[in-house]
Ligand binder design. Sequence first.
Ligand SMILES: NC(=O)c1ccc[n+]([C@@H]2O[C@H](COP(=O)([O-])OP(=O)(O)OC[C@H]3O[C@@H](n4cnc5c(N)ncnc54)[C@H](O)[C@@H]3O)[C@@H](O)[C@H]2O)c1
Ligand SMILES: [Zn+2]
Length: 368
Amino acid sequence: MTIIPVSGGAFAAYDVMVGRGLLAQAGKHIAPLAKGRTVIVTDETVAGIHAQALTASLTAAGVKSEVVAVPAGEGSKSFAELERVLDRLLEIGLDRKDVVIALGGGVVGDLAGLAAALFMRGIDFVQIPTTLLAQVDSSVGGKTAIDTPRGKNLIGAFHQPRLVLADIDVLATLPPRQVKSGWAEVLKHGLICDAAFFDWLAGEGAAGAAGDPAALERAVIRSVEIKSAVVGEDEKEAGRRALLNLGHTFGHAVETEVGFDEGALAHGEAVALGCCMAFRYSAREGLCSAADVERVEAVVSAAGLPTRLAQAGVFVADRLLALMAGDKKAEGGALTLILARGIGQVFVAKGVDADKVRAFLIEEGATA
Ligand SMILES: NC(=O)c1ccc[n+]([C@@H]2O[C@H](COP(=O)([O-])OP(=O)(O)OC[C@H]3O[C@@H](n4cnc5c(N)ncnc54)[C@H](O)[C@@H]3O)[C@@H](O)[C@H]2O)c1
Ligand SMILES: [Zn+2]
């Protein structure tokens, strides 16, 4: 087991534990935090596969627990489910010393985290991420949120977990496409700031995209190290944390046009495509080399992820541009992109010329 400490100016430090068989040991790690009871918030799919192992482990450590399951899928990041979860916490009689445990993917982590942030003005919560995306991304950093019909993640809070337990073994039950989708965020971390890690992901580590546990373990550890270092420096995304949005401004626009249809285009697929687009745009601006672009495309493609806009559908340049400019990450209407000077060397580019991006999108295959 590897322990990665996460600390920053404004929040209580916590550990991310990454290893095999951690679910069975969860009780031992959670017992010191849980003075009273715990409520496990999970989704119906994960509940059926992994909740019993967690409950047994908590019981063995003398920690009382109850399970609250929401339907699987993004639809549970809603006011209705948030209200239902909070009402169950009240009904169970949880108090300020009790602990919420999020057992599931990013949906459960975001929903349970927000419920914990709101309940009695904030109680402790533990993340047990069960998707690769949640292990390398959403469980670390303290962003919690629900969606509204007006947009994703618009209602939320910063609420850091007290502990994160990332058990590599739970990924064995994850559908292969979900593993690949999470792998895109792993590749993203290498592209942001660690060329040596990216080299490893391109070679020996590539087996992780197909579910190899040893490769996944190393990939999760390095990803968490990278994400936690960035979050520790800039919890509220005043600056450096924006680097984690590499591939997400292009990707989010494409996802929105596809209608957030995970069956058609998974989030990680959009991110992988978005990373390729960010590198191609960077090369077009003379910031990075054509060789870097070819390398990124080859590694993304080898992982079974899309590199070209045409693989995601048919798009209109102006619509993508409007979505990119209207992204909540944009400041004052100006286009902010994460661009690259090379692999492992990305930076926040503010005030990017919208006309240049429009021309680029047309070169990429979007219609004028
Ligand atoms: N808070 C953050 O910083 C942050 C960062 C990135 C993404 N997110 C959010 O994360 C969400 C996406 O997360 P996700 O991709 O994990 O989706 P998810 O939570 O919906 O999980 C995907 C699917 O896999 C199933 N599943 C989960 N673990 C499983 C397992 N071990 N075995 C079998 N099936 C399993 C789930 O039931 C679900 O159907 C989005 O809502 C996104 O906004 C948040
Ligand atoms: Zn993402």
